[in-house]
Ligand binder design. Structure first.
Ligand code: DHE
Length: 520
């Protein structure tokens, strides 16, 4: 927002009372005077983030009013308490929570117009650093919207670059680990060249987006959008738009895309749809059809539809299910997915080959399946998932789909992480009085072997391992936070790096090899 002089606002709005605008102001008018220059006349963002309910839904209670009143430290968002009265701020905040009268289509042409390339970038012929390029770990710092690039052996920070506002979900790496793509909730996709330690460019693929996925061949990037209700498909090479796919259920219902995932063996993207009881599979290779076991079966049932395209690239398959599923965990062979519908306590297993639900799972307390991990226990592959609303982890056998055990934790958690070379998995407690706790759990006995509390009172969450699994990096999720590096065997602290509200951390090797302890 730009702050104009109180007098200007006051004249526009009517009354002056001790330099503060009175309560009778029209919030739309206040917006256009005070906010539009940074946040866009259409509220869809500019140099500041979009101010629409889809984005602001995460600012609960009086938080938005607080930000307008006091501003945001270390950002360009100033305090408005000297310009606007308390009632005006309350009304403005309420108005910002009302939906837009008209949402732009955000067509391929509109997306293309946002494409921007960093004029200072030139591609290095080889990494410009001595560190192992596959043991680089990226740390997303949400405190000031940056990413730190860490050498995974020395933990030196090789670069720290600015990201678009409010990055969400895991960045996605090209299969060779050279490039990384990062997405913000306002739909910006940023491409960064790790070898050159330099940003390549950006494009706005959606107006309110959830996450991204990269195709197995590294050629295509899919962006899951809530606004508009589309899947945007980009070329990873130059961020050009390959297709904007409207998401409409078989019965004509338009749907938001909750998330998109890469299914490498299937050479496809899998989409979780929020508003229609379907899962979509989108082919990422022109000749993907033969790998879809069950393709004929599905086609007979009329469930495969090819969107007009050359040779089947981005052909779409609908899998009909009983109710919309929000959040997925995939088995390692990508034959099955576990899905949960938020707030129902019900989980299901879908066989992607035959295209139907094959089992039900008891999953109360809002499981966060996207954070699930799997490993071998007594020769059987099991998976574990945290629950966002209950202090427990569920461990499930991925052959019988039986719940093997529930592990009680000190509170509801968000993320799990392990590594094939580690006997333990790490589970945070994100919510409640014990949000400063990290449990380390034995993968075989399922017993908590250690509970770490590195900074009493500070939220501690999300773990990533180094390439060889020897060290575990933990976020102290606070504005004056840190990444703490632990010896993954002794569980002793090795070093601590100051960071601005570090959230997710992503090791290049672990991500491009689909390490069994990492989220996919
Ligand atoms: Fe996330 C991943 C959905 C809130 C931080 N989050 C994901 C993914 C999904 C998801 C589907 C997997 C996509 C991927 O990585 O490609 N997240 C949701 C929600 O539905 C939810 C509960 C509500 C929402 O507002 O969207 C939600 N998520 C949050 C947060 O509040 C978090 C803690 C802070 C933030 O930055 O928004 C948060 N989500 C993350 C992170 C990942 C993530 C750090 C990547 C984890 C990883 O290790 O891959």
């Amino acid at each position: 927002m730009t702050r104009s002089i109180a007098l200007t606002s006051a004249l526009l709005l009517g009354t002056i009372f001790w330099g503060v605008v009175s309560a009778k102001a029209d919030p739309a008018q206040i917006y256009s005077t005070e906010c539009a220059a940074c946040h866009g006349a259409d509220r869809l963002g500019g140099t500041g983030p979009a101010l629409i309910p889809e984005t602001l839904g995460r600012m609960r209670g009086p938080n938005l009013e607080k930000v307008i009143t006091h501003g945001r430290v270390a950002t360009q968002m100033p305090a408005f308490d000297a310009v606007l009265g308390a009632n005006d701020i309350t009304e403005l905040a309420a108005w910002l929570h009302t939906p837009l009268a008209q949402v732009p289509d955000w067509t391929a042409e509109q997306i293309a117009q946002t494409r921007w390339f960093d004029p200072d970038y030139s591609a290095a012929a080889a990494p410009v650093f001595d560190a192992d390029p596959l043991n680089i770990t990226l740390v997303v710092e949400t405190g000031d919207h940056h990413v730190s690039v860490l050498d995974g052996d020395t933990f030196a920070v090789l670069d720290r670059f600015e990201t678009p506002f409010a990055v969400h979900g895991g960045p996605k790496f090209s299969p060779d680990g050279r490039y990384v793509f990062i997405m913000s909730r306002d739909g910006w996709v940023q491409k960064y060249d790790i070898w050159s330690l330099h940003q390549v460019g950006r494009v706005r693929a959606g107006l309110n987006s959830r996450n991204i996925a990269i195709s197995a061949d590294g050629e295509h990037l899919a962006v899951a959008n809530y606004l508009p209700m589309t899947l945007s498909l980009l070329s990873t090479n130059d961020l050009s738009v390959e297709r904007v796919m409207p998401v409409v259920g078989k019965d004509g219902t338009k749907s938001r895309v909750s998330a998109v995932y890469q299914a490498p063996q299937r050479q496809s993207f899998i989409l979780a749809l929020k508003d229609t009881p379907e899962i979509w599979e989108v082919a990422t290779t022109p000749d993907a059809e033969p790998v879809y076991e069950g393709f004929v079966h599905s086609r007979e049932k009329g469930m495969i539809e090819a969107i007009p395209s050359s040779e089947g690239l981005f052909a779409r398959r609908r899998i009909e299910i009983t109710e919309p599923l929000d959040d997925f965990f995939f088995t390692d062979d990508y034959r099955h997915l576990m899905g949960a519908a938020r707030n129902t306590g019900r989980g299901v297993v879908v066989n992607l080959n035959v295209g139907r639900e094959i089992a039900e799972l008891p999953l109360p307390g809002m499981p966060h399946l996207g954070s699930g991990i799997s490993w071998l226990r007594d020769g059987r592959r099991v998976m574990a998932t945290p629950h966002l609303k209950e202090g427990m982890l569920s461990v499930i056998d991925t052959e019988t789909w039986q719940l093997i055990q529930t592990i009680k934790t000190d509170g509801p958690g968000f993320f799990l992480r392990s590594h094939e070379n580690s006997p333990y998995f790490w589970a945070d407690v994100f919510f409640g009085p014990n949000k400063d706790v990290m449990h380390v759990i034995d993968k075989q006995s399922l017993e908590i072997v250690k509970t770490l509390r590195p900074v009493p009172g500070a939220t501690v969450a999300h773990v990533e391992f180094t390439r060889d699994g020897s060290h575990a990096l933990v976020s102290v999720w606070e504005d004056d936070g840190a990444v703490i590096v632990y010896d993954a065997r002794t569980l002793e602290e090795v070093t601590r790096l100051a960071m601005r509200k570090p959230s997710g951390k992503y090791n290049v090797f672990n991500k491009i090899t689909f390490s069994e302890g990492t989220s996919h």
